[in-house]
Design a protein around this ligand. Structure first.
Ligand code: PEP
Ligand code: MG
Length: 302
């Protein structure tokens, strides 16, 4: 169980909580208020501080996910009619490759300074070729454990081919739900569609987890869905190997996982993935949760 972290201060405070590490360091958050690109030295110092706080624990650093819902003033971009479908995330390598290369060099420098071995991953990967290209850039910078996010349906459908190129993947279920259901994540009024319990979203998660198991490579989840204890049981049952969430969500998820065997989580996952709609998927999974967990977490009234 890992922490999602957005800035150095919350990274340092997350290190004091009972987590196995960081599953998602959202580096763009470190630079939200910047008018000019942070230098290699500034970035190296910020990453080193988080790495140092976590000692030898795992830290997964995501390269800049700028654009769409995360605009950054210093990232050059043209006006786009559909920014969520435009040059965002890893795609910025097409227009501003120096941003990525500086960031990778800064992370490698932070690793040298701290003796830590951070994992690095790219957001918004759509093809195995992009995954391979990112791996080459990251390795050239001196980073050893290289992965990508699976948050575009094409990457989930081709999870086996993507996993052939990188060491691990991490499912971003926020964007995966947005793109699978063609539903803007910034629009509250379509919440029923933007639901990680939607059968199509669960099917893509299941496909990705199965590809990871077949390849013997880690498949994490770092979207908000991992913070839901019932969904966490489903994800574990599907074979997801790590869950990353706001540190405050970890105790309830850990409690739920501890109270179930692997076989029980697999049964919960089967119930969820064979349901016809999101509401019934959640209900079917919840019905199989151990009674004491249901009571402590207040799931029966939910
Ligand atoms: C996601 O899309 O699920 C994710 C973890 O990334 P972000 O929410 O930062 O886009
Ligand atoms: Mg995302």
């Amino acid at each position: 169980l890992l922490a999602n972290v957005g800035d150095v201060a919350s990274g340092v405070s997350a290190a004091a909580t009972a987590v196995e590490g960081v599953g998602l360091l959202r580096t763009e958050v470190l630079f939200l208020d910047r008018r000019s690109a942070p230098t290699l030295e500034e970035q190296a110092a910020a990453y080193a501080e988080v790495l140092r706080a976590f000692g030898g624990r795992k830290v997964v650093v995501r390269t800049l996910d700028a654009g769409a819902d995360k605009p950054l003033a210093f990232v050059p971009h043209e006006a786009e009619e559909n920014p969520a479908l435009g040059v965002r995330g890893y795609r910025l390598v097409r227009t501003a490759p120096e941003l990525l290369d500086t960031q990778l060099a800064a992370l490698a420098e932070a690793a040298r300074r701290t003796g830590a071995e951070p994992w690095v991953m790219a957001p918004m990967i759509a093809t195995p070729a992009e995954a391979a290209q990112f791996r080459e850039r990251a390795r050239a910078a001196g980073l050893t454990t290289v992965g990508v996010m699976v948050e575009v349906p094409s990457a989930a459908l081709q999870a086996a081919e993507v996993l052939a190129e990188v060491d691990f993947v991490s499912l971003g279920t926020n964007d995966l739900a947005q793109y699978t259901m063609a539903t803007d994540r910034l629009r509250g009024s379509l919440d029923d569609l933007l639901d990680p319990w939607q059968p199509a979203v669960l099917a893509l998660v299941a496909r990705t987890a199965a590809a990871g198991a077949a390849a013997g490579r880690p498949v994490g989840v770092c979207g908000e869905s991992a913070a839901d204890p019932v969904m966490a049981l489903v994800l574990a049952g599907l074979g997801v190997t790590s869950l990353s969430m706001a540190p405050s969500a970890v105790p309830a998820v850990r409690f739920a996982l501890r109270r179930h065997t692997r076989a029980a989580t697999e049964e919960i996952a089967r119930a969820a993935t064979s349901a016809p709609d999101a509401g019934r998927a959640r209900a079917a999974a919840t019905a199989l949760v151990a009674p004491d967990v249901r009571e402590v977490l207040g799931l029966d009234g939910a």
